[in-house]
Design a protein around this ligand. Structure first.
Ligand SMILES: Cc1cc2nc3c(=O)[nH]c(=O)nc-3n(C[C@H](O)[C@H](O)[C@H](O)COP(=O)(O)O)c2cc1C
Length: 346
């Protein structure tokens, strides 16, 4: 489908025609023959000079092999990481060029492409391509329908700043509608709003206490932790992992996770909930684990190991009690929690 004077949209890909020709992104598995056929119908006996991969995720790059088979002289352009990934993934020879940040590619006839490297949006090897004369931005997954980029808010913020400085008349994403006019501002505002929300969350120090307790001993510890934190002025959400509704675990500044020990293990409900920890968003955030046990006491250690392997930062070793809490254990837990509260607030 022709979407502007010299740009055609073919699925998630765009064919740009200047003096030279460039295909931006390709097709997912199963879409490659339709892509090559459409490119052929548009180009007829013209050559395809460039294939530009804004990133190398399979749903955008899988069609590369079919395109290169049909146009073996086309030069493939991607970021340095992108080229490396394409070579690893598709064992076919192709002419390659690594796109440098801000580099220009003149297609001729007033068509000039600029590459803007946007790491982690949404793959480490991502970039976007900007056509300077018409102000068209080819964004691949950025501004695409259903793409959640908020795993990397810092990168989104940087990219928004850079892209917003461009004169953009059309945003052409891989999925969803092409954006023009007021819709462009709306899309920037949408991402900007998500970044603001994330920053706000970062400022508010909130702690999630997540626990499972069959007989109530771990629950008693959770209650004690909650009371101590609240009296220190920390905002706490406490949640039984067996309950139906769980808050979004990745919006908290810290996690305190507790379990009894059952059959040398931790409660599955807590382990399942901790599987929801996003290792990017929660990286380096503090946690400690706690729990009651009878003899061997593996439960809290298992939760501790899970959170360490997800990149969170242990505040302390697991805090454990044997069956119920003695007065002494309760006092130690209070002191421990107060220290944690001070750590969170400072
Ligand atoms: C079915 C079952 C299995 C248990 N297995 C262990 C175990 O392997 N190691 C251990 O230290 N305690 C074990 N316990 C003891 C509990 O960890 C202990 O009763 C603890 O206080 C339970 O915490 P809760 O009251 O929060 O459920 C087991 C208890 C039950 C009921």
């Amino acid at each position: 489908m022709q979407v502007s004077e010299n740009i055609y949209r073919i699925g998630g890909a765009y064919l740009v025609i200047g003096g030279k020709t460039a295909l931006i992104d390709t097709a997912p598995c199963g879409g490659e023959s339709a892509l090559v056929q459409s490119v052929g119908e548009i180009l007829r006996d013209r050559r395809l000079d460039y294939v530009i991969l804004n990133h190398t995720e399979a749903n955008r790059s899988h069609g590369l092999c079919a395109v290169i088979e049909r146009y073996p002289d086309a030069e493939v352009i991607a970021t340095v990481a992108g080229i490396r990934n394409l070579k690893e993934r598709y064992s076919l020879p192709f002419r390659e060029r690594a796109a440098k940040d801000n580099a220009l590619l003149e297609l001729g006839n007033d068509v000039t492409l600029r590459f803007i490297i946007t790491p982690n949006l949404n793959w480490p090897d991502s970039m976007v391509t900007y056509e300077e004369n018409s102000g068209t931005l080819f964004t691949c997954d950025l501004f695409s329908d259903g793409e959640n980029l908020m795993t990397y808010p810092d990168y989104v913020e940087n990219a928004l700043k850079r892209l917003f400085a461009l004169k953009i008349t059309a945003v052409m994403p891989a999925d969803g509608d092409i954006l023009r006019g007021a819709d462009i501002q709306k899309a920037f505002d949408f991402y900007g709003g998500l970044v603001d929300k994330y920053r706000e969350q970062e400022k508010n120090k909130t702690v999630l206490i997540l626990y499972s307790s069959h007989y109530g001993a771990t629950r008693e510890m959770a209650d004690c932790i909650r009371a101590e934190l609240e009296s220190a002025g920390v905002t706490v959400t406490m949640c039984g992992a067996d309950e139906d509704t769980m808050p979004d675990i990745n919006t908290f500044s810290a996690i305190i996770a507790g379990t009894g020990t059952y059959e040398r293990g931790a409660a599955k409900s807590v382990m399942r909930a901790l599987c929801g920890v996003n290792a990017v968003l929660m990286r380096h955030k503090p946690f400690f684990t706690f729990g009651s046990h009878g003899w061997s006491g593996e439960g809290a250690n298992i939760l501790h190991g899970m959170l360490v392997s997800l990149g969170m930062k242990p505040f302390s070793k697991p805090f454990t009690s044997i069956f119920g809490m003695s007065d002494d254990t309760r006092e130690r837990l209070k002191r421990h929690t107060r220290k944690f509260g001070e750590f969170i607030l400072n």
